[in-house]
Design a protein around this ligand. Structure first.
Ligand SMILES: *Cc1c(COP(=O)(O)O)cnc(C)c1O
Length: 398
């Protein structure tokens, strides 16, 4: 059975060209770039090239890139640096729809370290309110962190406009751009964003490498302290293979950017339109007109998303669901809850996230099989006959 992989917001396939680029640095060119000998030094040259490639994709200076181990580390480093550099400021602004790398950290800082956190809400399409945002900024706000694009819905947030407001008010602005980098154009020369996080494995590089952009002259406090790697901003011997791969992936992302917004978007739109017309009681979650070209999040009413995923899994189709009845958490995704998606729909939400490696045949295959899967599940479920939420939701609401 052939795998149909439509879960690219969870992780992506390493592009074969990326793999080729990193391969020699495992077994042949395995030197330490900090070494005095040329054997190590030649790896340093490759790291420099990788840094320049990442900087080119973001249109920033190579020195403004710090390599990290993942998107989560970049996010944690950004927030903690801003707090540590401004000890008198005890307030953080973020949103209710962030990735756990931001949201759980903010909850932790609030509960364990006594910081004050404002979580901006959204409307039913997941959009932020700029007036609410402006009103939340205080003299003691240390950092504002708003994601560039949402991993569940694909919604794109107006971070450039928000960063401009933050700059006017003298507040550091960070964005988690893990889902945006490689999918939509980013130009850090023309926007006052102070810090930006990205992750390799979301853009066809391997897992275990990420980067944090830190604007020149921004006060910065390292998270990992030790050796002088990354100009003493992030200690630890460099993940040379991962960094070289990330550089190549960024170069390829620039070359494929147009394709994301034409070919990948066309596949996504056909999948989405096909499902919405073929499956009764299905709705689109998110901001239809302002989202990533590869993502669609659809709620199929009166069924459990996990049941749909299991049935699709039998056919080799990979996607993800916004709820987790069986994993012990009875609540639907925090993103859909922030949007106020009704429980009868939130539990049946499925996210399809495509990439340039998907094909028309794969979309056809999902369109041919998924409507009957949902029809069958609804026939089996007493809740769908009554047009009610699935069983696990009932336990939660009661
Ligand atoms: C995947 C993801 C992260 C975390 O990145 P890792 O490299 O897996 O730690 C952070 N933010 C968003 C929006 C993501 O999609």
């Amino acid at each position: 059975m052939k795998t149909i992989y439509m879960d690219n917001n969870a992780t992506t396939q390493v592009d074969p060209a990326v793999f080729e680029e990193m391969k020699p640095f495992f077994t042949e060119l395995y030197g330490n770039p900090s070494s005095m000998h040329r054997f190590g030094g030649q790896v340093g040259v490759k790291l420099k090239e990788a840094r320049a490639r990442v900087a080119t994709l973001l249109n920033c200076e190579p020195d403004e890139i710090i390599f990290t181990s993942c998107g989560s580390e970049s996010d944690n480093t950004a927030i903690r640096s801003a707090l540590s550099a401004q000890p008198d400021k005890r307030h953080i602004i973020t949103t209710r729809v962030e990735h756990p790398a931001i949201l759980s950290l903010c909850k932790f800082l609030e509960k364990k370290d006594g910081y004050d956190v404002t979580y901006l809400g959204t409307d039913e399409q997941g959009r932020l309110d700029m007036d609410e945002f402006k009103a939340a900024i205080r003299p003691d706000t240390a950092i504002i962190s708003v994601m560039w694009a949402n991993n569940e819905t694909g919604n794109i947030y107006p971070v450039e406009a928000m960063a401009a407001i933050a700059r006017e008010r003298g507040v550091i602005f960070h964005t988690d751009a893990v889902q945006a980098v490689g999918k939509i154009p980013i130009d850090l020369k023309t926007t006052p964003i102070d810090m930006l996080s990205l992750s390799g494995h979301k853009l066809h590089a391997p897992k275990g490498v990420g980067a944090l952009f830190v604007r020149k002259r921004l006060p910065f406090r390292p998270f990992l302290i030790g050796g002088h790697q990354e100009r003493s901003r992030r200690a630890g011997t460099e993940n040379t293979t991962g960094i070289i791969a990330l550089g190549k992936a960024c170069e390829l992302a620039a070359a494929h950017m147009a394709e994301e917004n034409t070919a990948v978007k066309a596949l996504r739109d056909r999948l989405e339109a096909g499902l919405l017309t073929r499956v009764p009681d299905s709705i689109l979650n998110g901001d239809k007109d302002n989202r990533l070209p590869n993502t669609t999040n659809i709620s199929f009413g009166y069924v459990e998303g996990e049941a749909i995923l299991l049935m699709m899994d039998q056919l080799g189709i990979c996607a993800s669901s916004g709820s987790a009845c069986t994993s012990g958490s009875l609540e639907p995704s925090h993103v859909l809850r922030a949007m106020g998606v009704p429980f009868t729909f939130a539990h049946g939400s499925i996210r399809f996230s495509l990439s340039r490696f998907n094909t028309d045949e794969e979309v056809d295959s999902v369109l041919d099989t998924l409507p009957s899967i949902i029809d069958n599940l609804r026939k089996l479920s007493p809740f769908s006959a009554e047009k009610q939420a699935p069983a696990c939701t009932k336990a939660f609401t009661e």
